[in-house]
Ligand binder design. Structure first.
Ligand code: PGA
Length: 258
């Protein structure tokens, strides 16, 4: 089953890198283009660097995406960014429901659901994040929380669309802390998410959807995650900011390299 799903490695630069830093990364990042057949790579810079990074990545077989959008094509929404604007910059993907937006900016499942629908309406594929806090984990609520985020955040999405998007399981306590989930724990929760998707959106969607792990992924632990049957790639924050460590992660994500 796993063989059919192409691994996907996405870089979430968060609020890091100026235009010139983004430009340098894109110029510096080189990989064997043959690797593009084995691993899909996506870079999500801050909005201000999207154009320069996209231009720099052209011809390298790498895609790019936004880190957020506002669920409207245009309008009086000061400070927000629209799906049309992301498409205009050549984005393929958009990260939605990241825990920093859920917890620091108060985004609800319902608001994230609007974003997901608008992303599809504009042909942007969501990288949709779910994950429990440490407190929820200690209370034994990991599955309950992730199920709710999935069911509410993706309500109304068609099975065929779900099959094309990407889910990222990112336990909040593992993000930016250096403490990654154990591959066994990540695999267990990701297998659970796949089961929920199969139940709610159909077996085909459950088997096709790619589910990433995210949270303190680094070159040293990528292979362990990729050796898990249900993990189809990773969403990388800190370790994606340097071209060499990101390259190591991409290489480690190839099937059979584990
Ligand atoms: P991290 O961040 O790799 O720095 O832990 C992951 C993320 O927030 O997507």
């Amino acid at each position: 089953m796993k063989k059919l799903r192409k691994p996907i490695v996405a870089a979430n630069w968060k609020m890091y890198k100026t235009v010139s830093e983004g430009k340098s990364f894109a110029a510096e990042f080189s990989w064997e283009t043959s690797l593009a057949r084995e691993v899909e790579v996506v870079i999500c810079p801050p909005f201000t660097a999207l154009q320069v990074v996209g231009d720099g990545l052209k011809g390298k077989g790498i895609k790019w995406g936004g880190q957020n959008l506002y669920p409207s094509a245009e309008g009086a929404f000061t400070g927000e960014i629209s799906p049309l604007m992301l498409k205009d910059l050549g984005c393929t993907y958009v990260i939605l429901g990241h825990s920093e937006r859920r917890h620091l900016l108060g985004e609800t499942d319902e608001f994230i659901n609007q974003k997901v629908k608008v992303a599809f309406a504009h042909e942007l594929l969501p990288i949709f994040c779910v994950g429990e806090t440490l407190e929820q984990r200690e209370d034994g609520k990991t599955e309950e929380v992730c199920r709710r985020q999935l069911e509410h955040g993706l309500a109304g999405v068609k099975g065929a669309d779900l099959a094309r998007m990407v889910i990222a399981y990112e336990p909040v306590w593992a993000i930016g802390t250096g403490v990654n989930a154990s591959p066994e724990d990540a695999e267990k929760t990701i297998a659970f998410l796949r089961q929920v998707i199969s139940e709610q959106w159909g077996q085909e969607a459950g088997e096709a959807v790619r589910i990433q792990y995210g949270g303190s992924v680094k070159p040293q632990n990528i292979k362990e995650f990729m050796s898990c049957a249900n993990i189809d790639g990773v969403l990388v924050g800190g370790a994606s900011l340097k071209a060499d460590s990101f390259y190591e992660i991409v290489r480690g994500a190839r099937r059979g390299s584990e």
